[in-house]
Design a protein around this ligand. Structure first.
Ligand code: ARG
Length: 577
């Protein structure tokens, strides 16, 4: 696509008056604004900073430049001035031709770029804990991380999707102790996570009465770390059973990982971390435990090993970052993890820095807010959790009813219910800035009115249906590139839609840079709204062939833009709805 903003900047910078002020093209480019009111043009150049050099009032400068007639180009409709601003109106035909042909030429690659070529980005996301529920709190990391990875791949990076499973730590000592005392094999096999969670809860209840259980659990985990055969076998079994359950959810969401190297993967890589820490003189003993003192940085100490010698979460994270750098040579190592862990990430990135790793700050924590239930926070220990799998199943079930009630146009009710139900949950999750906390509510997730996933999917299906109807009516859908459609696409509704489509590539880059998929979510709602306005205001299947073809070409472009946006969010786009 042409960069009209850049072309305007070149035009402005070439004016003798501007040269006089010493302003270069890139400065003009940076100064160009996008008026929020479309009636004020596509771009506006504020003349305030020219006043001093030209010794004139900014309004006067703007008026003179607008009237001089020297700002002319094939892509410019007109240039006007309002107060101290020069307002540029692009030629609608030029923008339409350029945008629509780019979308049709690039198809599913529309909006993609090679911005990241030759660099590798790791996106670590989801990372649930083995033998614990995969609950509604995990949906955030799972869905946000999935989208961030897709966005990075789309803008040209090589990506690695890692699930850093919480499959190690003292809690496995507890689980093994509980299983040995109260466990039944058949129960675990029948319903692994609920059963294991029950053991875990029972452990805590009993340990309140009999604190020696805690010791037993610590010793059991120490045995596991030292490679105790029976402990390893039980642990492996818990892990497999849990993964089986997690994979059901990943399958529903259409999510796959390149690596499941979780915490346990690093258990044999601790020695090196300990050695490096001690060589750098960073380890301090405190009550038998080994810590890194971070008080100089206003942080609590990083606890590296416990008094019994067992390593901790943060130690495994340090080992994992080193391993990832050596294995993937990452440009960025992104962790999509709840904001509750902010301190943890600050600590471990600081420790990497102190270890002398110049890439320490290429490790980026991408935090997100808390999901709570209306009656308080979720708690695994108390058993007050909403399982993600239940949410997805219920969303699909509810959608199925709606699909049947509303007589939705589909030849496969189950498939549509699945695509729309799961799409609704994912879209809802990606609608707000990730850092915002929210209270989980069934009503909100299953509300299909307003700016929701189903609305965007429906707009996409509506575009598909327009194209189908045209074909059914014997219209041969226009092929080619749409390079001469612009003459018929000058109405406000068409232009608005074209502009929203044209903005998508920059929106995607911005979302990547900010690790914020909601920027894409909100933008495709804008495209959908612009498309629906166009659909209602314009008669598409008109007699005049050239006009009809132009409009159909725009419908195809809108459909493609919606599809590409939804795909980056990890949401399917049904052809019928
Ligand atoms: N398993 C952890 C949890 O559920 C999240 C892991 C985050 N990733 C990391 N590298 N520490 O809280």
């Amino acid at each position: 696509m042409r960069d009209f903003k850049k072309e305007i900047a070149a035009l402005v910078a070439a004016l003798p008056q501007i040269k006089e002020t010493g302003l270069g093209e890139s400065e003009v480019y940076a100064a160009l604004e996008t008026p929020s009111d479309e009636a004020k043009g596509d771009y506006a150049f504020p003349c305030f900073r020219l006043a001093k050099a030209l010794r004139k009032a900014p309004q006067q400068i703007a008026a003179e430049l607008a009237e001089s007639g020297s700002l002319r180009a094939d892509f410019l409709g007109r240039v006007a001035n309002e107060n101290a601003y020069l307002n540029f109106f692009l030629d609608r035909e030029a923008v339409a031709d350029d945008t629509v042909s780019d979308v049709l030429e690039r198809g599913e690659r529309f909006g993609a770029s090679d911005f990241g070529a030759g660099r590798t980005v790791i996106v670590e996301f989801s990372s649930p804990n083995i033998a614990k529920p995969f609950h509604i709190g995990h949906i955030r990391s799972t869905v946000i991380g999935n989208s961030i990875e897709k966005i990075y791949r789309f803008i040209g990076f090589d990506t690695v999707r890692i699930n850093h499973l919480g499959d190690y730590g003292t809690q496995f000592g507890k689980m093994i102790v509980a299983y040995r005392r109260w466990g039944k094999k058949e129960d675990v096999e029948r319903e692994p996570i609920v059963t294991l969670l029950g053991y875990y809860q029972k452990f805590h209840e009993e340990a309140d009465r009999d604190p020696s259980l805690e010791n037993e659990a610590r010793e059991t985990f120490a045995k596991l770390e030292q490679g105790g055969e029976e402990e390893l076998e039980l642990w492996q079994w818990f892990r497999n059973e849990s993964l089986g359950e997690f994979n059901r959810v990943y399958k529903m969401l259409g999510i796959e990982f390149d690596s499941y190297a979780g915490e346990s993967f690093y258990s044999d890589k601790m020695g090196r971390v300990m050695r490096e820490l001690s060589e750098k003189g960073l380890l301090v003993e405190s009550d038998g435990a080994q810590i890194v003192d971070l008080s100089a940085y206003d942080m609590a100490p990083a606890l590296i090993t416990k008094s019994d010698g067992s390593t901790l979460y943060i130690t495994r994270d340090i080992a994992a970052a080193i391993y990832r750098k050596e294995t993937y040579d990452f440009y960025k190592n992104i962790y999509v993890v709840a904001s509750q862990q902010n301190l943890h990430f600050q600590q471990f990135i600081k420790v990497e820095e102190l270890l002398g790793y110049e890439w320490a700050h290429d490790c980026v924590h991408v935090p997100f807010g808390l999901v709570s239930l209306a009656d308080g926070t979720m708690s695994t220990r108390s058993g007050r959790v909403v399982f993600l799998e239940d949410v997805l199943n219920r969303a699909v079930e509810q959608t199925r009813k709606i699909v049947i009630d509303k007589n939705v146009n589909t030849d496969n009710i189950d498939e549509t219910a699945r695509q729309v139900g799961i799409g609704a949950v994912v879209f809802n999750e990606l609608s707000n800035n990730r850092i915002k906390d929210y209270v989980f509510s069934w009503d909100k997730i299953l509300n299909f009115e307003g700016e929701t996933g189903p609305y965007v999917q429906y707009s996409h299906a509506r575009a598909a249906s327009v194209l189908r109807k045209a074909e059914d009516a014997g219209v041969k859908l226009p092929g080619g590139t749409g390079a001469s459609c612009g003459a018929y696409l000058r109405s406000d509704a068409s232009y608005s839609l074209i502009k929203r489509i044209a903005e998508l590539p920059a929106v995607i880059l911005d979302a990547g840079e900010k690790y914020e998929p909601s920027i894409v979510t909100r933008h495709i709602v804008d495209i959908a709204q612009a498309f629906n306005k166009f659909y209602h205001e314009e008669h598409i299947l008109v007699e005049d062939e050239a006009e009809r073809d132009a409009k159909l070409v725009l419908v195809r472009a809108a459909k493609q833009a919606l599809l590409n946006g939804l795909t980056l969010l990890g949401i399917e786009a049904p052809e019928r709805m």
